[in-house]
Design a protein around this ligand. Structure first.
Ligand SMILES: *Cc1c(COP(=O)(O)O)cnc(C)c1O
Length: 369
């Protein structure tokens, strides 16, 4: 018998009955987009849920990155990580900014604060770290460096929905943080995203920028883009928000089950929870040491696929190896030894709400063989 296919993720979806109540409202109001009723309601609800002062919704998680750079008038060079999803670096490219890759920390897989200062030049204007897998960056050290050199900090927090450090949202760090509500993330609005900012004035400016730069019926204050979230997806987001706690709890259970089973397998390592951090269990990366494990990462990855288990090698290949970026001085393997090694060892195991204990046990069995 063919074994059931297990994918790396599966979207959190609201109940159709509940969603339908919202849709009927939208249909009767006939207000479909442009800062509508549910758009405003979701912004409020997310501020409350996440513990942040201001949030501006977007159509996806890439445009808030591009817009944050515009709003802060970032130019020249920006220090960033190669160990992320391509959108992080693409947002710099779309603003004509030169990415400068800095290596990552071997424990958190986030930008290594010890290596940032050496990469700063007179052209550096900002740092764009990523809370990869939802593991918080060392925001204190990064801010100290930013303050010392007069740099802005924009966090790509696409993985960090709901993550807190000592009770405080990690989204409040730096000058701005961006979120993605793509279908594959912990919380989704099908496609969607947001920009978290600290004050009302900045929120207003972001709201102009995501609506062509319109600051009134006849006033355009900047060359903005169209990145407005519509009412249908805002409604989907409102309904989905009601079950996100339950979903994170279920992911926590999966992570615990993985950790318990994998802890004694030589050559397999994973990330542990950090004291004081409220995790969201958005991903479950394992790192395969070929020598100790007796099999390469790719061989394990293929072997799992043969058993209908589809992990993903996030983040392999490194962004710095793609044709657009590999010519940069900072893109060399020698400059990025830790990121290069992690990219060659990682497999993200299936992780989503609805993954059963039997599914998890089948995955573990393949790795333990
Ligand atoms: C998903 C993701 C994005 C982009 O989000 P989209 O909503 O797909 O545009 C950006 N950065 C990181 C790290 C991501 O994982």
């Amino acid at each position: 018998m063919e074994e059931k296919k297990i994918t790396v993720t599966s979207p959190l979806m609201p109940s159709l009955d509940e969603l339908n109540v919202y849709l009927q409202d939208i249909w009767s109001r006939k207000w479909l987009t442009n800062n509508g009723y549910y758009h405003k309601e979701l912004e409020q609800a997310l501020c409350g849920y996440l513990g942040v002062p201001y949030i501006s919704l977007f159509t996806n998680g890439t445009l808030p990155l591009i817009t944050a750079l515009q709003a802060l008038r970032i130019t020249g060079e920006v220090i960033t990580t190669p160990f992320s999803f391509v959108a992080t670096t693409h947002s710099l490219w779309w603003n004509g900014i030169k990415p400068v890759f800095v290596d990552i920390d071997p424990v958190t897989c986030n930008l290594d604060p010890d290596k940032i200062e050496a990469a700063i030049t007179p052209h550096t204007t900002a740092i764009m770290p990523v809370h990869v897998y939802g593991q918080p960056c060392d925001t204190v050290r990064i801010q100290e460096i930013a303050d010392k050199y007069g740099l802005k900090v924009i966090y790509d927090a696409a993985h960090a929905f709901g993550v807190k450090v000592n009770g405080e949202s990690v989204l409040n760090a730096g000058d701005m943080s961006t979120l993605s509500f793509h279908a594959t993330k912990v919380y989704n609005t099908v496609e969607g995203g947001a920009l978290v900012v600290h004050d009302e004035q900045t929120k207003k400016r972001i709201d102009y920028l995501k609506n062509f730069g319109f600051a009134g019926e006849t006033t355009v204050v900047a060359p903005g883009i169209n990145s407005k979230m519509d009412e249908v997806r805002a409604a989907y987001g409102l309904v989905n928000l009601k079950q996100v706690d339950k979903a994170i709890e279920a992911r926590h259970h999966v992570a615990d089950r993985y950790r318990e089973a994998l802890k004694d397998i030589p050559g397999i390592t994973f990330m542990n929870d950090v004291p004081g951090v409220t995790h969201n269990y958005s991903y479950f990366p394992i790192f395969v040491d070929e020598e100790q494990y007796g099999m390469s990462r790719d061989a394990l990855y293929e072997e799992m696929k043969r058993h209908n288990i589809y992990g993903r090698r996030y983040f392999y290949p490194l962004i710095s190896t793609f044709s657009t970026y590999r010519g940069l001085e900072s893109a060399t393997k020698e400059n990025l030894p830790v990121a290069t090694e992690k990219a060659e060892q990682v497999i993200c195991l299936p992780m989503y709400y609805g993954l059963t204990d039997e599914d998890v046990d089948r995955i573990i069995e393949q790795i333990a063989r």
